[in-house]
Design a protein around this ligand. Structure first.
Ligand SMILES: [Cu+2]
Length: 146
């Protein structure tokens, strides 16, 4: 029992230390939308092409230096600007309808969106789906789906 307790304490202490060791990004790194810009009117399904300069795209789990994989944030507050704790994203990106991972190293996707306004943002994640330090994020764009 004593041994289990000690192990639990060690794990709890280890987590914050690990969380602080985020993968460094390149100072010149930029992620951007190649084929869409703020205010565009489009029809669904929508093709989204991801651009990255200053770093390389590598699949999730890759140990390649100066690399990451794309994530598309759909209809959620911009990173660091949400009232719902958007900063938590900096500790790891969830995977759901609003946070889509491209862990295979994909550089484009096609998504179905209902008619109306939708916000999109790209963020690069490291091998463990954690944004880099400093985070590599695109501008937030709003598109109108007919
Ligand atoms: Cu990911």
């Amino acid at each position: 029992m004593k041994r289990i307790l000690a192990a639990s304490v060690a794990v709890c202490l280890a987590v914050p230390l690990w969380a602080q060791e985020r993968t460094p990004s390149h100072p010149d790194a930029k992620v951007f939308f190649v084929n869409l810009k703020d205010g565009d009117t489009v029809t669904s399904p929508v093709t989204v092409v991801f651009g990255l300069s200053g770093m390389d795209v590598a699949p999730a789990g890759s140990g390649q230096e100066n690399s990451g994989h794309h994530h598309l944030l759909i209809d959620r507050p911009a990173i660091g600007e949400g009232e719902d704790g958007a900063d938590e994203l900096l500790n790891g990106l969830p995977a759901d309808a609003h946070h889509v991972h491209f862990g295979g190293g994909q550089t484009e996707t096609t998504i179905e969106l209902p008619p109306g306004r939708h916000s999109l943002q790209l963020v690069l994640g490291d091998a463990s789906h954690v944004p880099h330090e400093s985070p590599v994020v695109s501008e937030v764009i709003t598109i109108h789906v007919e």
